[in-house]
Design a protein around this ligand. Structure first.
Ligand SMILES: Nc1ncnc2c1ncn2[C@@H]1O[C@H](COP(=O)(O)OP(=O)(O)OP(=O)(O)O)[C@@H](O)[C@H]1O
Ligand SMILES: [Mg+2]
Length: 380
């Protein structure tokens, strides 16, 4: 199949808006998806993700703004004529057709000749890693295999853009984990532009070239997973992507981007504002990743760092390479989550042990609190 020069935009949304009566579901959303890339929209339930997809697919008319595919506005193009295809959460394969007929369904409707359909179907089965299963019935496949067939059924039509609305939502956790890797490989194999929506950050981080974090109808930030994780631009993004410990307080010192924040309880913590221009007197919230916190059994080991504290272990969360401990800080305040190094030196750590912990100010992200903060992870 022919593809454009990598990097040219397949899909552009320009100041896209959707009002439902007085409610604004999508609010001036603009983005461009480069040809052949994997673009995800990540956001909490109800933030407007599906509404964007329905407008791109042509099922819903935008209140204002434009949608362009290969630089041409598609606003006047009916859904069945748009060069996009949509995969839904609950994929409906036709149970009375075999797998090959399911995959070839759209091609038959396009009037393609039988031998060519056969060739395309075989090629698609090969690409999804299921060669030779064309004669099987739908109920002879596993959930993950059905998912791959449903996606292949869209991909053989060679849409410019494939829209996927939480396609892994109906699968169990283990299969979802597996399908993340599969989907990414499928996208690369077909070279099709994917726009993928999810409220699961780990799905978005694993698969995407670019992720847009969405909240209340707006895009808060668009960037690579790495950029969103290490350089969140808003408190919402910092709170929604990855885990963080948080402190709220007032800025009591601001020097070349490094801030000292004094909490209501009188605790002083430091962090960086990365150009956000916070000043003394501002209300601020500080986000510190569990793995940005250094730990030691001896206080002296951390003497080169700021933000030195200690706490008693209340909970140990073993998760292989990503194990954590929850500490009750001896200064009081909220529990702190720290990452345990993989070296094994904390393998015998137990509840009640005391650990010292500290972080370098430039490893923590500070935001003005008038930014709308994300709900905590437990509340999502
Ligand atoms: N046809 C409609 N009429 C009125 N309100 C609507 C309509 N469709 C969606 N909404 C509202 O717009 C908001 C965004 O809905 P949308 O389906 O886009 O959310 P979402 O981000 O896909 O959420 P989820 O993750 O739960 O699927 C919601 O508050 C929803 O109730
Ligand atoms: Mg939705």
């Amino acid at each position: 199949m022919t593809r454009d020069t990598p990097g040219s935009a397949d899909l552009e949304c320009l100041a896209l808006c959707k009002q439902f009566d007085a409610f604004t579901a999508v609010d001036h959303v603009s983005f461009a998806v480069p040809s052949g890339s994997f673009f995800s929209i990540l956001g909490p339930s109800g933030c407007g993700k599906t509404t964007i997809m329905r407008m791109i697919a042509g099922f819903l008319e935008p209140s204002s703004g434009d949608i362009r595919i290969k630089s041409k506005s598609v606003l006047d193009v009916p859904p069945n004529k748009r060069p996009v295809n949509m995969v839904f959460q609950h994929l409906a394969l036709f149970p009375m057709m075999n797998i090959a007929d399911n995959i070839g369904y759209g091609l038959r409707r396009q009037g393609m000749a039988k031998p060519e359909i056969g060739r395309k179907v075989d090629e698609a089965l090969e690409r999804i890693g299921l060669p030779g299963i064309g004669k099987r019935k739908v109920d002879e496949l596993s959930g993950g295999q059905k998912q791959r067939v449903a996606i292949a059924r869209c991909l053989v039509l060679e849409p410019d853009v494939l829209l996927l609305d939480e396609p892994l939502g109906a699968l169990d956790l283990k299969l979802r984990e597996h399908m993340k890797v599969e989907l990414k490989a499928l996208q690369a194999a077909f070279g099709t532009t994917f726009v993928y929506i999810t409220h699961d950050q780990s799905e978005a981080l694993v698969m995407s070239d670019q992720i847009a974090v969405m909240n209340h109808g707006r895009f808060e930030q668009v960037g690579s997973g790495r950029e969103l994780y290490y350089r969140p631009e808003t408190a919402f993004v910092a709170g929604f992507v990855g885990d963080s410990n948080r402190w709220k307080g007032r800025v009591t010192r601001a020097e070349s981007g490094l801030l000292q924040i004094t909490t209501q309880a009188g605790l002083q913590v430091t962090g960086a504002d990365h150009g956000r221009g916070l000043a003394t007197g501002d209300q601020a919230e500080l986000f510190v990743r569990p793995e940005a916190i250094r730990i030691s059994r001896q206080a002296e080991d951390l003497s080169h760092l700021e933000n030195r504290m200690s706490g008693q272990v209340t909970t140990l969360l073993f998760n292989g390479a990503d194990s954590r401990a929850i500490l009750e800080p001896q200064t009081g305040g909220d529990p702190i989550e720290v990452a345990l190094p993989q070296s094994g030196e904390y393998a015998d750590l137990k509840r009640g042990d005391v650990l010292h912990f500290a972080w370098a100010g430039d490893q923590a992200n500070a935001f003005a609190v008038n930014d709308q903060a994300a709900p905590s992870l437990e509340a999502q």
